[in-house]
Design a protein around this ligand. Sequence first.
Ligand code: ADP
Ligand code: MG
Length: 427
Amino acid sequence: MPIILPPATLGMLGGGQLGRFFVAAAHEMGYRVWVLDPDPHSPAGRIADRHLVTPYDDYAALDQLAQSCAAVSTEFENVPAGTLDYLDKFVVVRPSASAVSVCQNRIAEKRFLRDNGLPHGPYLEVLGENDLARADADLFPAILKVARFGYDGKGQALVSSRDEALAAFVRFKSESCVLEKKLSLAGEVSVVLARDKHGVCCPFPTAFNTHRQGILDVSRIPAPISDTLCEQAATLAGTVASCLAYTGVLAVEFFVVDDQLLINEMAPRPHNSGHYTLDACTYSQFEQQVRALCGLPLGQAQAHSAAVMVNLLGELWYRNPHNVKAAQRFVPHPALAASEGTGSSGQYTPPPGAPGSATAVSGAHYHEPDWTVLHAIPGLKLHLYGKHHARPGRKMGHFTVVDSDPERALRNALAARRAMGIDDAAS
Ligand code: ADP
Ligand code: MG
């Protein structure tokens, strides 16, 4: 396939913040971008050259996308595999439907790791209640995770016995699940890499990640772990990509357990823990995504500074803690919320508290945070995703502090976080 050059049009399935950064990178490079996302307010749709506001399985819209775009990628792993398969008949699709289908289902993902001899923690496939009855007592305490549509810690339950696992399985409407042993983590790291169509692989520096309530909170480079572990993570991520015959940007999340790396999960797209590349690298993960999609040579993946990235969640918009609790009650079940603001029907539903929402939070004290506080911090770059409404737990933006000195970057990032009223207590 020839190299795709501007002013060609590229297609993006999914209109969240990852798609928005892709659109921005592609625009910078001279491409046009069409976005397909059922949410009329999607952050990427708002800045795309054209936004197809349709479900992912609207084949008439897919035909339009295939006719107008030179290549199509995805920012959202839950795009139906059938959609990618269909597009693949008419247009370049990267990553492939088969790679995405492994990453979008925890059972397929675990089998892939097992079959390729890649390190992972103990787990059990749960397709029905009988599987749980046979669960090894050594697996507990464990985490039951729905096989599909989980994100940001949603669709997961910590369980200490077979009975609790069974109750959680029933709560998840008996969807296929994996039951994972709860590991004692020394830390979590991730590698975002780009791989081109010839198999050339460019891993970004390994990021060290901390989470709150299952949601990424802070990512930093260099990771405060040994160089050997950082290199092992990059090598393992490269092996995952080559076993998937991957072209595009791939993220691999790892647990660090007793100085060993275990692969937690993969994402067939840029990743929140790679956002630091926007400010600390010459070529961001999104520019690499454009390059891999278009068949251009990949850029170097080194960072020119240390960086600390902090996520900004919707809580910040609700200053009164009572209101945060009230709003949380209305977060939809993960299996129903395949993408933010979008129900399984593909119909847009206004989020809680938004005008027109059936579940408006009464008395919510909702207002825009004071961003001047952040702009005063040296080396801090603020990114807001243009989401039309905040709700607790929703990723609304992030900031990255870059600095030649990793300690100073961390100090300034934590100071910025506190100045915004985000407390330090991990949960
Ligand atoms: P998500 O798709 O929501 O990112 P993950 O499987 O990565 O789902 O889980 C989210 C977070 O929950 C992880 O980053 C980790 O902090 C914690 N976690 C998940 N699985 C385990 C496990 N088996 N043992 C210990 N902690 C876990
Ligand atoms: Mg994860």
